[in-house]
Design a protein around this ligand. Structure first.
Ligand SMILES: NC(=O)c1ccc[n+]([C@@H]2O[C@H](COP(=O)([O-])OP(=O)(O)OC[C@H]3O[C@@H](n4cnc5c(N)ncnc54)[C@H](OP(=O)(O)O)[C@@H]3O)[C@@H](O)[C@H]2O)c1
Length: 165
């Protein structure tokens, strides 16, 4: 099973402030949708709360150590390994791990692919972070730059990384 992280992070690795995204970047939301549609999305309880509803057309899996109430159809697992084992048993071709910071930190050592939107700004007051990528472990295989415009307050670059063999 291919394990993929999909994340947007500032130059100083901020991904969230007070359980919200630090920016509104419509083209990044489209990119996120394109990369995750029809695939299972695995996330921490706080990220699910910040979304406020299940992502449509995707199996939503939430991690929590408590027995939180979730909408019908959303799966709850008490550990990352349990959730991944369930998906492997179901012969899932790919899972997208979509945050937040706590889940990314645990998943980074075991994923094979990362779609990182690098948002070209320094964010102050961040409360959730993407871990520093160990450069010797990851190869940048594709990137595409997007300039700031009337709908996007910052420049950003879509990047695809593969774990080095
Ligand atoms: N920029 C991006 O790409 C992006 C993506 C996603 C989220 N975000 C932002 O990130 C922030 C949320 O991230 P966060 O780090 O605060 O929280 P999080 O990772 O979304 O959720 C943390 C919670 O998930 C549960 N959890 C995590 N790992 C677990 C494990 N191995 N086993 C069982 N449960 C586990 C725990 O829930 P319990 O406390 O219930 O046990 C933990 O408190 C928000 O600001 C959000 O907007 C940004």
């Amino acid at each position: 099973m291919l394990t993929t992280i999909v994340v947007a992070a500032s130059e100083n690795n901020v991904i969230g402030i007070d359980n919200e995204l630090p920016w509104h970047l419509p083209d990044d939301l489209k990119f996120f949708k394109q990369k995750t549609l029809e695939k299972p999305v695995l996330m921490g309880r706080k990220t699910f709360e910040s979304l406020g509803r299940p992502l449509p057309k995707r199996l939503n899996i939430v991690l929590s150590r408590s027995n939180v109430a979730l909408p019908e159809g959303v799966l709850l697992y008490g550990s990352l390994i349990e959730a991944l084992n369930f998906l492997k048993t179901a012969s899932t071709p790919e899972v997208c791990i979509i945050g937040g910071g706590i889940v990314f930190a645990e998943a980074l050592p075991i994923v094979q692919q990362i779609f990182l939107t690098r948002v070209h700004t320094q964010v102050e007051g961040g409360t959730a972070f993407f871990p520093e990528l160990p450069v010797n472990e990851w190869e940048l295989i594709w990137e595409e730059h997007h300039a700031q415009d009337e709908k996007h307050a910052f420049d950003f670059t879509f990047q695809q990384y593969k774990r080095k063999a």
